[in-house]
Design a protein around this ligand. Sequence first.
Ligand SMILES: O=C(O)CCC(=O)C(=O)O
Ligand SMILES: [Fe+2]
Length: 279
Amino acid sequence: VSNHGMEASMMDSVFTASREFFQLPLEEKKKCSNLIDGKHFQVEGYGNDQVRTQDQRLDWSDRLHLRVEPEGGRNLDHWPTHPKSFRDDLHEYALKCKGIRDDILRAMPKILKLDADCLVNQFNSNAPTFARFNHFPPCPRPDLVLGIKPHADFPALTVLLMDNDVAGLQYLRDGTWYNVPAACDHTLLINIGLTMEIMTNGIFTGPMHRVVTNADKERISVAMFYGVDPEQEIGPMAHLLSEEQPAQYRKMKAKDLLVLHHEHYAGGRGPRIADTLKI
Ligand SMILES: O=C(O)CCC(=O)C(=O)O
Ligand SMILES: [Fe+2]
């Protein structure tokens, strides 16, 4: 998306703050660790994948994962204090990004000739937003390891701020991985997630993507994930269903679906989870 109304300087600030965070000494970053007592994985914080099995191949990336919304649910213990501007930059960026999210959520139903607010209305005051800062260090053997394993995003929408200089993101289409060029002119990339796919009964689909590594250059990206209330039942929206177009997915609580999603993609193989969930 271009012409999204977000100032280029704000995007640059978020990007610079992210880079400065990842350049900090490991001990400093570990103050925001995603491991409690160095052992027990939690969703928020700085680190790598959750280790589920001993033969699991880890992603060649480190990341900082933060709950940003609802604002009252922020866990500031995990929010970096260095660089000094980090928290303010993320706060401002989140406000702007939410506006872009809402514009997109209102544009999508128009394509389907539905009421413009029907998607926005799915997001109540408990709808979570997570920010995920991804850092891909140079990798001596890009042929052996991925920056992020193949997956489709879970939430309804992802707003992705990408590196201006280094590419790495790839999408799968008809069995072939296609490169996404590095961002230019401060564009943002919007991903459809599993939640949206189910709500629109498969009309909008969440594409499989992955990140490849680079032997010489580091890469950074910042994803804002927009999900619905974990206690909410996700299912195809009633006004999209008819005798000719029956529901393709069962209803399920968002939090239960999230568990299935993580289990499904942890191995880094297999089809899109959405295809395995069809009735
Ligand atoms: O780094 C990227 O371009 C994509 C990151 C991504 O797919 C994710 O964080 O889910
Ligand atoms: Fe993703």
